[in-house]
Design a protein around this ligand. Structure first.
Ligand code: SAM
Ligand code: 2KA
Ligand code: SF4
Ligand code: MG
Length: 223
């Protein structure tokens, strides 16, 4: 199991997307992705050979500092973070951020769901991809689903994913009171794609069980 991970960047910012948008968060962007979305905004992260392998303790030292400054959770993203086995990393985050009067830091993950699960999470954001659909584990266990909209076929894919997800009933309750089956379904327009924006807005207007997610950090010109 890995104690070193290829790291693109780590930064303290606001979660820009989805249910937790606007909250103080620390991001760990791991390198490596084989999913290859043509519109990916993080293509620089795909080739893990370009990045140094950093010890998980060193990564967590920065997580601890960010927490002292106010980050309320850390977001593991990428690249596709689950290309790596994250069991040790998640365990170490929990262990190293726990204090006498301090609960362990919450861990969120952003994933396409194409790899097997490893690690354990307080929040799973699943962003399913049309050309490489997610494993059913993620449809069942994620907290939110965020589909990126470029063209009409993405809306059709979103409808199909929601149907599949609702088939995977999973009656358990998370700490914040949201039932696991109460997933939140988001359409997120692909950045700078006017067609994606108008398709997503029209669909959400007519389908109130969906919400719009915007990449608010990009409007704010922050990380
Ligand atoms: C860069 S990905 C990394 C995590 C993981 N590989 C995934 O796709 O979920 C982080 C989030 O950004 C979304 N994303 C990537 N490129 C985007 C774009 N051009 N416009 C809007 N969202 C985008 C992804 O769908 C995902 O929800
Ligand atoms: N501020 C901010 N919020 C984000 N939410 C998900 C991101 C990601 O790239 O996974 C991201 C990101 O890159 N920046
Ligand atoms: S899965 Fe995520 S990181 Fe990989 S190409 Fe798609 S959006 Fe980019
Ligand atoms: Mg991003």
């Amino acid at each position: 199991m890995t104690n070193f991970l290829p790291l693109v960047e780590q930064f303290h910012s606001l979660q820009g997307e989805g249910y937790h948008a606007g909250k103080s968060a620390f991001f760990v962007r791991l390198a490596g992705c084989k999913v290859g979305c043509s519109w990916c905004d993080t293509k620089n992260s795909w080739d893990e050979k370009k990045y140094p392998s950093i010890s998980i303790e060193k990564i967590i030292d920065r997580i601890k500092i960010a927490r002292e400054k106010g980050a309320s959770f850390c977001v593991i993203t990428g690249g596709e973070p689950l290309q790596h086995n994250l069991d040790n990393f998640c365990k170490a985050i929990k262990k190293m951020t726990m204090g006498e009067e301090l609960k362990p830091m919450k861990i969120h993950i952003e994933t396409s769901g194409v790899n097997s699960i490893s690690g354990s999470y307080d929040w799973i954001t699943l962003s399913p991809k049309r050309h490489s659909p997610p494993k059913s584990y993620f449809l069942k266990n994620c907290n939110e689903i965020k589909i990126i909209i470029n063209e009409i076929e993405d809306i059709e894919f979103a409808i199909q994913i929601k149907k599949e997800t609702l088939k995977q009933y999973h009656p358990s309750k998370s700490e914040d009171g949201l039932k696991k089956e109460d997933k939140i379904f988001y359409l997120q327009p692909a950045w700078n794609n006017a067609n994606g924006f108008s398709l997503a807005i029209d669909f959400v207007k007519n389908n109130p069980d969906w919400k719009l997610s915007l990449q608010t950090h990009k409007y704010l010109k922050i990380n």
